[in-house]
Structures are given as structure tokens and as C-alpha cells.
Design a protein around this ligand. Structure first.
Ligand code: NAP
Length: 321
């Protein structure tokens, strides 16, 4: 491997991507575009997805078994739902070459170390990572090379991780266009519980509640969704397997944060019941400032498109003709 970004040489001889959905295929695109590896080896569970990856020309070799992709790889990146990491790590461990780095893209991190580390032999390095970038789409067609540009990637090296391996993973994500931050797996899981996992849970819950309401029809919910509901439906359309695994594997941090969230929600409930407009106004003013800060640091734009890009507007216009 070559950690020097300016040499013009690929950083890695062979990168194995295990799982080729949204994140795996986005990595394949950016590795190819930036010349980060001489060889991209792809493995996934189903024949259909593997065939689609081949049709899309995402890699240099395609394998039904993760072991065949991981053999001789300098960098193996797990890009499947986190619930199967342990099984995959156990499978590929015997074929990993000395000095190989095993990394991942999972949305939780403590569980990755617990599942994967026990299978790693001496001389093989586990350096977990989480690109905080995504969309609500899944599968090999969903990926694109710029997904990670100007997005954070959090790297969580376990205690005693080999510095050269950590540098190589950090360098890799920088080459993908990401800004990199290093933290412990435990801290990552707490931060992501409030910034990502709880918001997804709220979205799943509110869309579920609306679907179950008896006094308001489903067609009314869909028709008047522009009132705010529509924005939740985008998040609630995210992959069910991935998100099931996120909640099962970040249980402690999610439950702790959810406790705090429920208390704050009760306070809002009380403020509405007792007509405490000041409490509502103060909170809504503070939250508006947070939105502005996110726009100011470039993690979102202020464009008021309300989720409608040109294509959707065209479809809506055509449908209303
Ligand atoms: P995805 O589009 O649903 O793709 C998942 C891939 O994993 C598919 O290739 C699938 O294979 C494979 N897979 C599923 N179950 C498997 C199993 N039991 N054994 C082997 N392969 C299996 O998922 P994704 O959105 O790319 O997410 C992948 C990882 O990235 C997850 O760990 C997630 O937490 C993390 N992540 C996601 C986002 C996001 O916004 N989506 C953002 C950051 C990080 P088949 O199609 O062949 O079944």
C-alpha cells in the first residue's frame, strides 16, 4: 500500500468490497475515478446483485464468495448491513494476507470491533470507518462517485491500532473527498445516536402513526404531505435491513438518547397543554439557529426546493396536466 497521496501511484494494489449496494458501489466509482487501487474485487450475497455490478462495470473481478474477493487484498472494506459483519469476518479471516487492513462503512462502530476483532490474526489490522453520507436509495445502481465529497468520515481505530494502517485508511477517505475525524467507537455511537439514529426512528414512527390513523385517510395523508410529513417519508424510505441492524447494534446509546428525547417531548406536550407560548417560541428560535449553522458550514444548502428537484417537478407538472 502507498499512503502518499501525491505520488500518482494507486494507494492499494487490490481493494475488496464485500457488499455492493449504495455505499459499496459509490466506493467502486470513486476508487476507479481517482485510481486508488489497481484492482477492485467485488463480492456480494446474491447472484443478481453481482451480475448487476458486472453490468455496471463497477469492478475488475466479481466473486460469489467473500473469501475469493478478500484473498490477496491489501484493503478489505465491509459494505453490508452490520448484522452480518461477524460471519463475514470469520469467513475471510483465514485468507487475509499479512499486513492486510480490514475496514468497513457501518453506521455503528462499537459493535464492529466486538464482531470483527476476535477473528483478526496478528499482523492483520482492523480500522473501522463510517462515512457520514448517504441517500435513501439502495443497491448497486444507487451509487455515485461524489457521494463522499465534503462529507465527514469518522475513523474509529481500536486501542493499539497500527499507526500505518490508520494513516492508510484516513488517506483513503481523504482521497474519496471526505473530511476525516478520528474518535473512539463509543463516542461515535453516542454522537450518531442523536444526529442520525434517533431522527430515523422518529421518521419511521411518524410515518407508521400516520399510516395507522383511523380518523384521517391514507389518501389525505399522501395528498397533504407537503405540510412537513413528506420530509419524514424520505428518511423513512431508508433500507429496512440496514436500519434494523443499526438499532439492534447501537442499542445502549439509542435507548439512552431516546430517554432524554422523551422527557423533552413531554415538556413540549405540557407547554402546548398549558398554552406556554414562550417555551415553544424559545425552542423554535434555538432550533432555527441550528439549521442556519448547518447551512453555514456547507453540510446543506439553503435552496428552498422542499425535496423537489427538476425531475420531480416535471413529473408533478405532467401529472397535473
Ligand atoms: P445496500 O444498498 O442495501 O447494500 C447492501 C449490500 O450488502 C448488498 O450488496 C447486499 O447484497 C449485501 N448484503 C446484504 N446482506 C448480506 C449478507 N447477509 N451477506 C453478504 N452480503 C449481504 O446498503 P448500503 O446503504 O450500501 O449500506 C451498507 C452499509 O453502509 C451498512 O452497514 C450501513 O450501515 C452503512 N452506511 C449506509 C449509509 C446509507 O445512507 N445507506 C450511510 C453510511 C453508512 P445482495 O444485494 O446481494 O443481497
Amino acid at each position: 500500500m502507498n499512503a502518499d497521496m501525491n505520488s500518482g501511484e494507486p494507494q492499494f494494489e487490490r481493494i475488496a468490497l464485500i457488499g455492493i449496494g449504495l455505499i459499496g458501489s459509490s466506493l467502486a466509482h470513486v476508487i476507479r475515478r481517482r485510481g486508488l487501487a489497481r484492482h477492485i474485487a467485488i463480492a456480494t450475497r446474491s447472484r443478481a446483485t453481482l451480475d448487476r455490478a458486472r453490468e455496471l462495470n463497477l469492478g475488475d473481478s466479481y466473486h460469489e464468495a467473500a473469501t475469493e474477493a478478500a484473498r490477496d487484498a491489501d484493503l478489505v472494506i465491509l459494505c453490508t448491513p452490520v448484522g452480518v459483519y461477524g460471519t463475514i469476518a470469520q469467513d475471510v479471516a483465514p485468507v487475509l494476507k499479512p499486513g492486510a487492513i480490514v475496514s468497513d462503512v457501518g453506521s455503528v462502530k462499537g459493535s464492529v470491533v466486538k464482531q470483527v476483532q476476535p477473528h483478526m490474526r496478528d499482523g492483520v489490522h482492523l480500522v473501522p470507518a463510517h462515512p457520514v453520507a448517504g441517500t435513501e436509495y439502495s443497491g448497486p445502481d444507487a451509487g455515485f462517485a461524489t457521494l463522499f465529497v465534503n462529507r465527514w468520515c469518522i475513523v474509529t481505530p481500536p486501542e493499539g491500532a497500527e499507526p500505518g494502517a490508520v494513516d492508510a485508511v484516513v488517506g483513503f477517505w481523504k482521497s474519496c473527498g471526505s473530511n476525516v475525524e478520528i474518535m473512539t467507537a463509543e463516542h461515535h455511537d453516542l454522537v450518531l445516536a442523536i444526529t442520525s439514529h434517533i431522527p430515523h426512528l422518529i421518521a419511521y414512527n411518524i410515518v407508521g402513526t400516520a399510516a395507522d390513523l383511523e380518523s384521517v385517510t391514507e389518501s389525505e395523508v399522501i395528498k397533504f404531505s407537503a405540510g412537513g410529513f413528506r420530509d419524514f417519508t424520505r428518511i423513512a424510505a431508508s433500507d429496512p435491513t440496514m436500519w434494523r441492524d443499526v438499532f439492534l447494534h447501537n442499542k445502549d446509546a439509542v435507548l439512552e438518547t431516546l430517554g432524554r428525547f422523551s422527557e423533552d417531548l413531554s415538556m413540549l406536550q405540557r407547554a402546548i397543554r398549558w398554552g406556554d407560548g414562550d417555551a415553544l417560541f424559545d425552542l423554535f428560535t434555538r432550533t432555527r439557529a441550528i439549521r442556519r449553522s448547518i447551512i453555514d458550514i456547507g453540510q446543506e444548502t439553503a435552496t428552498p426546493n422542499f425535496g423537489r428537484d427538476g425531475e420531480i417537478v416535471t413529473k408533478v407538472d405532467e401529472a397535473s396536466k
